[in-house]
Design a protein around this ligand. Structure first.
Ligand code: SF4
Length: 364
């Protein structure tokens, strides 16, 4: 069995570590590039959202390399994700590929569902081995997120542009190569020290909250490196959606049968009272609680995404007036266009911030 799964930002590194530790043979598709995108758009329905397309592109490339088992996600709810795996499977079979697709649910019992999927690709690993492999994979996801959080803070203030990004890229490879917990700890300590020693200017950075649909928030290819570009413009980015946090809080809150987004959902309620699929409800709630903490919000949404489209339509009429820049991501989105809009947005935040003594009240 040769197992593969899509990149989804750096998520593949954690899943790869889990698979290796239970003896599964893995084929990682090549880094997502314009070739992945052109394969994806060639074989996907035109109006489908970018997570579907890029995941399909990753799958095609991995199957061409010899993979025969695909790990995929599904879920129920009000967006189209519940039937994506079926459409992807049909497209791949029509293309002549012969493979098995294993699914994990993202709506309920995520933890049990994911462990069962790992069990199926393992070479008769015990449940204890499966659990330990899962833990190590989550430790890698946590390390990746910790380094990314630190990079996004320092990048906005570094004196020599590009230093933090260079160190971050080395750190990703080193985390990917770490074979055990002590190796992983050493890597994190080394790269945190390197990032911490970067020379910084004393200009206060803008604070930007990044919200939106989880795939485009996590995947820098899909979002045109939005956090990197904001950092170059002197803006420090923060977000609630980090994969390791999402996994850990899903497990804990799932076991307690509680809503892990309780505070955010409560804040959203005056405007939106229920789940609209994907991350739309959370996007509205995050804007409601952003006041006074951030200079602005960047809202990332896949083009044609119904949940984020709903959130996007609600946000301008909210009483919380943190400025929002919405960026829709698909194969037509150009990086130059995104950079121009980020430049205009950060300029606007600085002008209004200066005029109103740091308190920004404008809505876009
Ligand atoms: S949340 Fe939006 S982008 Fe994600 S699967 Fe649903 S419709 Fe597509």
């Amino acid at each position: 069995m040769l197992v593969t799964f899509p990149h989804i930002g750096n998520a593949y590194i954690g899943v790869k570590a889990m698979c290796h530790n239970i003896g599964a043979d893995v084929i990682i598709p090549p880094k997502t590039t314009s070739l992945t995108m052109s394969l994806a758009t060639k074989y996907s329905p035109e109006g489908v959202c970018i997570p579907f397309k890029l995941n399909l592109g990753n799958m095609i490339q991995a199957l061409e390399m010899g993979a025969d088992t695909i790990l995929n996600v599904t879920g129920h709810g009000t967006c189209r994700m519940g039937y994506y795996f079926k459409v992807q499977e049909l497209i791949l079979r029509d293309m002549g590929f012969n493979f098995k697709m294993l699914l994990t649910g993202l709506s309920e019992n995520k933890f049990q569902s994911f462990l069962s999927m790992l069990k199926r690709v393992s070479h008769n690993a015990s449940w204890l081995q499966i659990f330990r492999a899962f833990q190590f994979g989550v430790a890698k996801m946590t390390a990746l997120d910790d380094i990314e959080i630190m990079t996004n803070k320092i990048r906005a203030m570094e004196k020599k542009k590009g230093t933090a990004t260079g160190i971050y890229r080395q750190a990703i490879n080193a985390i990917d190569n770490a074979a055990d917990y002590s190796g992983l700890r050493r890597v994190v300590d080394t790269y945190e020290e390197k990032l911490g020693s970067i020379a910084r200017n004393d200009k206060p950075p803008l604070k930007i909250l990044v919200v939106g649909e989880i795939y485009v928030v996590l995947d820098p290819y899909a979002n045109m490196d939005v956090e990197l570009e904001l950092g170059k413009l002197g803006a420090m980015t923060t977000r609630s959606l980090y994969l390791s946090r999402w996994v850990k809080s899903s497990i804990v809150w799932g076991m307690l049968k509680r809503d892990q987004w309780h505070e955010v959902h409560r804040a959203a309620r005056p405007y939106l009272k229920r789940d609209v699929g994907g991350d739309g409800w959370e996007t509205v709630g995050e804007k409601a609680i952003s006041v006074g903490k951030y200079d602005g919000i960047v809202h990332l949404a896949p083009f044609t995404c119904m949940p984020e489209g709903t959130a996007q339509n609600i946000m301008p009429s909210m009483k919380e007036k943190t400025p929002v820049l919405a960026i829709y991501c698909d194969e037509q989105t150009s990086k130059a266009g995104v950079i121009t809009r980020l430049e205009a947005f950060t300029d606007m935040l600085r002008i209004h911030g200066a005029k109103s003594n740091g308190h920004i009240v404008t809505n876009l």
